[in-house]
Design a protein around this ligand. Structure first.
Ligand code: KIV
Length: 269
């Protein structure tokens, strides 16, 4: 059987044109990436939320380029079909265009990613354009942008008033003009996400932004029930892998302590 066709940025553009929804999920390691890829997920985002769900930080701010590259390489090894997008961590693209270009290049050259994502609107359009000009596809991210948690006063829904909403719409248009191939819309009223989706030709991918986007993304650890920290209202749980893991660990403890494991079946003669 021939390998399934790789998802590219052109595939995603065609999906929007055809009115077909895009499925994106975060991934942190080889095994999870493989499972999600084989299940038919289109885009694997090596999101900097891994700082919280995989590294145990209390925000995404401490995540470094070196950490992101380790996780990106693992996800790329597990992905056969899905497009892998590396999430540029805080301070990797905001300081200068030179740093933005170099760090985006590292995601592709050292991480093996096919695209990068950065947070912000008109304020990061220059960085997005500079990276696109190097031949690296850029995904934008607007609304609730976790790297700006302190400026937002917490993880709050954005764009509730007209001025904030207009800033988000204009941010999306600036990112599109800069050459972004898709834009994540996080934590905003559903009507605003639908308005942004109608205002740009590139696909929008929502998370906590209602059904009017061209695709959806969830953090895999939320979707699978693996993360014990705060779970926002929009993070639907599709499984209880955390509960199943806890059950398996408890049974293992009991069997080792009770002398039931290893048994005949799991021992060599
Ligand atoms: O880091 C992340 O997981 C993200 C998604 C929430 C879009 O940026």
């Amino acid at each position: 059987m021939s390998a399934p066709a790789k998802v590219t940025v052109a595939t995603l553009r065609a999906r929007k044109a055809a009115g077909e929804r895009i499925v994106m999920v975060t991934a942190t390691d080889y095994s999870l990436a493989r499972i999600a890829d084989e299940a038919g997920v289109d885009v694997l985002l090596v999101g900097d939320s891994l700082g919280m769900v995989a590294l145990g930080y209390d925000s995404t701010l401490p995540v470094t380029m070196e950490e992101m590259l380790v996780f990106t390489r693992a996800v790329v090894r597990g992905a056969t079909r899905a497009l892998v997008v590396g999430d540029m961590p805080f301070l990797s693209y905001q300081v200068s265009l030179e740093e933005a270009r170099r760090n985006a290049g590292r995601f592709v050259k050292e991480g093996g990613a096919a695209a990068v994502k950065l947070e912000g609107g008109a304020d990061v359009a220059d960085a997005a354009a500079a990276i696109v000009a190097m031949g690296i596809p850029v995904m934008g991210h607007l609304g609730l942008t976790p790297q700006s948690v302190h400026a937002m006063g917490g993880h709050r829904v954005q764009g509730r008033d007209e001025e904030g909403a207009r800033r988000i719409v204009e941010g999306a248009q600036a990112l599109e003009a800069a050459g972004a191939f898709a834009i994540v819309l996080e934590g905003m009223p559903r009507a605003l996400a639908a308005r942004v989706t109608a205002a740009v030709r590139v696909p929008t991918i929502g998370i906590g932004a209602g059904p009017g986007c061209d695709g959806q993304v969830l953090v895999a650890h939320d979707l699978l029930g693996l993360y014990g920290g705060h779970r926002p209202k929009f993070a639907k749980r599709y499984g209880d892998c955390g509960g199943e893991a806890a059950r398996a660990f408890r049974q293992y403890c009991d069997e080792v302590r009770g002398g039931l494991f290893p048994d005949e079946e799991h021992s060599y003669d």
